[in-house]
Design a protein around this ligand. Structure first.
Ligand code: SIN
Length: 197
């Protein structure tokens, strides 16, 4: 598979069957919203977990010295919280380019936050899109200990900025949403330890 998945994404899933399109963000899409949105809601997806197992050659690292960013790993009964955005079809031109470093658009059930749900209301679930770096993409790095991941992130920088900023902005957003992600928070812990040295 090529390092640039933007062309593959264009031909992969037709968006025309959707009268409204929701995109689920679990990483930088939570805090860096550089595209027009029609609506925004806290949401989650079931059966997937966030992991810093995807390499970044174009945003938070370089091809010679890749950073580490998030992808999703399938995991039984787990749940990954994030934010869903309703967008118009043409936004995918920009998003496919932004997420081109190995991510493929994947159809997924998005569960909207149910904390304010009244007794008689049905839970709201909609089919939408999510970007996933599957383990066969050319930039995929795979598992490492959380301490090793933090070490790589600590030393990485790319055209979109420092790799540790990706983590710190994400943890701020997750805390603001009231979400706990042990993997992400463990990496934040190790990054803060490294910064003390
Ligand atoms: C996402 O945020 O949903 C995809 C991964 C990323 O761009 O960090």
């Amino acid at each position: 598979m090529s390092f640039d998945t933007s062309q593959e994404n264009k031909s992969r899933l037709s968006l025309h069957s959707y009268d409204e399109i929701w995109i689920f963000g679990y990483g930088s899409l939570i805090y860096k919203v550089d595209f027009p949105i029609l609506d925004r809601k806290p949401a989650s997806i079931k059966g997937w977990q966030r992991r810093f197992w995807q390499g970044s050659h174009d945003h938070r690292g370089t091809p010679e010295s890749p950073g580490r960013v998030l992808t999703l790993i399938e995991e039984g009964d787990s749940e990954c919280a994030g934010v869903a955005y309703r967008v118009s079809h043409d936004v995918f031109e920009h998003l496919d380019y932004r997420e081109k470093n190995g991510y493929l658009r994947h159809e997924i059930d998005i569960h909207f936050d149910q904390s304010n749900l009244g007794d008689l209301e049905e839970p709201e679930i909609k089919a939408g899109m999510v970007y996933i770096g599957f383990d066969n993409n050319a930039a995929y790095l795979g598992p490492a200990s959380e301490q090793e991941i933090a070490q790589q992130i600590h030393h990485s920088i790319g055209p979109s900025g420092r790799n540790d900023d990706y983590v710190f902005q994400l943890v701020d957003s997750l805390r603001a949403l009231g979400d706990v992600d042990e993997h992400v928070f463990a990496i934040e812990f190790w990054l803060k330890e490294l910064a003390k040295k």
